[in-house]
Design a protein around this ligand. Sequence first.
Ligand SMILES: NC(=O)c1ccc[n+]([C@@H]2O[C@H](COP(=O)([O-])OP(=O)(O)OC[C@H]3O[C@@H](n4cnc5c(N)ncnc54)[C@H](OP(=O)(O)O)[C@@H]3O)[C@@H](O)[C@H]2O)c1
Length: 304
Amino acid sequence: MTAKIFITGGSGLLALNWALAIRESHAVTLGLHERIVSLAGIQTRIVDLESVEDLVQTFDEARISIVVHAAGFTSVEQCEAKPGLARHINVNLAGNVAKACAKLGLPLIHISTDHLFSGEMPLLAETSHIAPVNVYGRTKAEAELRVLGVHPEALVLRTNFYGWRTSYRHSFSDMIVDKLRDGQKISLFQDVFYTPILVEVVARAAHELLDLKATGIVNIVGDERTSKCGFGIRVAEKFGLDASLIKPVLLADQVALVQRPRDMSLSNKKACKLLGRQLGNISEHLTRLYQQEQRGLAREIQSL
Ligand SMILES: NC(=O)c1ccc[n+]([C@@H]2O[C@H](COP(=O)([O-])OP(=O)(O)OC[C@H]3O[C@@H](n4cnc5c(N)ncnc54)[C@H](OP(=O)(O)O)[C@@H]3O)[C@@H](O)[C@H]2O)c1
């Protein structure tokens, strides 16, 4: 029987790219909040994450077999400005989804972040000491504890991804593609490091991990650590664009921005060991991103 996947935060960057990556093999329902979207071959349903009862009823009626919790308050600047709302959305609503899944015995994939550390060390493992430097990071760290507290079998994925954008939500990669295609100059940080991964790769790895009955915290990131500026140059090269338009700048000089970790890179050794394979390097993922555009997938998401 085809697995029925329910993804909260259905209008978001991760959910849309995830849904398109698996719609051939799974029956996908996007759980919506305020923004209404529609994509061919994908169901949608408005769901109230404030209500555990509504969640239980929704999952039960739709005979859902796997839940991915991707809803969140994701702007670092907005989280800092509205810490109460950030905590409510990122922690309490995640807890509600986890409670509903635990009640029904449903597998849950909770989406966490690489934004949980002080940012002084590269390639941190799942066991590394958590030390978030801002409200977004603190709420995401608390969410992991809340989710695993109520649903100990949940799979918690720490990640930092890119995919194709909608009209209302841009991804780092397509911001670079759009601006360079337009001949615009862009400034990218050369002192911020991470291990980026394509959403399609996150989705496939997550479903494989569930099949392997993996639980707890797993880093799902690419095999390669790079700076934001280094990533931009790789995007330019892959898409045949002018990398000389990219100006390297320093996060250290941006005093007006909310404090961010300088090094967010994570180790994917645990995931690779569980999966028995690598997750792929930047070049491999960018090739797939490029192919997605050739296949018309980018246009499909951009029409939203
Ligand atoms: N983007 C990244 O690079 C990144 C990196 C690491 C981790 N993450 C994590 O990955 C997950 C998905 O991120 P994303 O970038 O795809 O998010 P996004 O594009 O910002 O979308 C957020 C989604 O959450 C929904 N949402 C917000 N408030 C809600 C509420 N009160 N009730 C129900 N739904 C609500 C939004 O729906 P409405 O617009 O209808 O309110 C939207 O669908 C998040 O948990 C984020 O922390 C993201």
